[in-house]
Design a binder for this molecule. Sequence first.
Ligand SMILES: [Zn+2]
Length: 289
Amino acid sequence: MGETTRRIRSSGGQSRAIPVDGPTLIALCDGYIDMDLSRFPDVVRGIGDDLAIADGQDLDDMTLSVNAFLIVAGDRLCLVDAGDGTRRGAHLGNLPRALKQAGYAPEDITDLFMTHLHGDHAAGLVVGETQVYPRAMLHVAQDEIAFWQNPSALDAIQATQAPVAEAALRVYRERLVPIRPGDLILPDVRVRALPGHTPGQVGYQLGHANPILISGDVLHLPALQVKHPHWGFVFDADRANALTTRKAILAETAQSGLRLAGAHIPFPGVVGIVDRDDGPNYVVMQTDD
Ligand SMILES: [Zn+2]
């Protein structure tokens, strides 16, 4: 097993502070998902194998971190995404433990900011019909709500995620807050449109001089997709649009020095992009501890 794979599989329940000039940001690891390469049908073996090996991974034994992020801004304690919950075993559902390691409990969370409502981001919001975060307002992009409220329009792959999305919207319906790209949801935290993976996917951009974009599922496998952004994921609802968004965000990241935080970027889940002679490369960004 490669070193990166080993690290991804052992990070569940951990928290890590990320330096940002604005609110406090803490990466939280819910666990990991083992990933069959058939989920990435465009990956070219050989080229992909070399990239994976150079990154401490193995295309025949791929695994993805499942991360969430905590924003602490004054008396607001905001969780961006909520992990997969405990429905799939102990390799997932470790977010409450990570939160505890950071010094907080689920009851402390005042706001939930969702990037989108796929299971690995939203299943951790509920246990049955009970809210895991009993005080929190649930902020979801208007287009994301609309997508899941029209189940007859979903394709077969997206339909597998509908029960989780519907449960989240139902169980938190009295504290559901629709948001839109451009909204300033906290001082120094703005909503950005990241359509494609789902039509209503959004990110959250924090900070000024050294900003970070919490980018949901724009990028699943940085070791492969930074160099080959067209190697898409079968759960991208609109793969052409997901590619457009992925390329735009990667280019912006390389040009501007933006940092990218991602739900599936190896924990602690923050990378930068640098252009080198061999093309764009991702670099793991520093954390505080
Ligand atoms: Zn995801």
